[in-house]
Write a protein that binds this ligand. Sequence first.
Ligand SMILES: [Zn+2]
Length: 258
Amino acid sequence: MVFTTKGVVLRQRSIGEEDMILTICTADLGQIEVTARRTKSVKSRLSGAIHVACYSEFVLYRGRHDRYYINSATALSAFFGLREDVEKLSLASYFCELMQLVAPVQEGAGDCLRLLLNTLSFLESGKYPNDFLKAVYELRLLSVSGFMPDLVGCASCGEYTREEMYFFPVSGRLLCGDCGGKAEGSLPLSDSVLHAMRHIVFSPFEKLYGFRLSDRSLKSLASVTERFVLAQIDHPCKTLSFYHAIRLPEGEMNHEAT
Ligand SMILES: [Zn+2]
């Protein structure tokens, strides 16, 4: 059976001399693995459409044992601008790896794909700071793929807000200071960071990016969302380590600026 679908390439693996297996995130089928043949041939018409983070239209053939093979692929958004900035490129790789770790397999993933496409587009255009996009992506992606944290209120007394609120990355729950929130492994949340987290989890997609934070709060939010990701996926994330490795230490950046 031959059919057409659109998706973002999350991963490439070489098989033998010339073939590849791609992991693609599609809206209708979730993430699927597809075999791309003779990708390294000079005559390959796939090469411009199968790199990681490329959004393409694929004509696929469904073979035996539900295996998919690529007949042809056309790039819809290649996001070439990301290749001019190593930090952005490394973040895009991380976004794709994280998607691969959490997105549904062989079932609809429209919300995941939409989030990834918006994030890659904003990352390329520079419309929002990288840390902002990363924090929003991490928390929203986990929320729409089965890892939604319980941010409604303190998990013990139910209070919506208290002077001291703490987040537990492993359980994804909140506890206030009166209910023992200040415990090993918990992260203290300021009002603005908790408000931002609730916005990211609960707001309609159209309003997802409609909030602002001070630099200090953004740094705190970014730290919390990353800790949440690492606790939930419980899996080393190579692209995230690489992203941190290539970023200049802040002191160095300040030094260069003065
Ligand atoms: Zn409480």
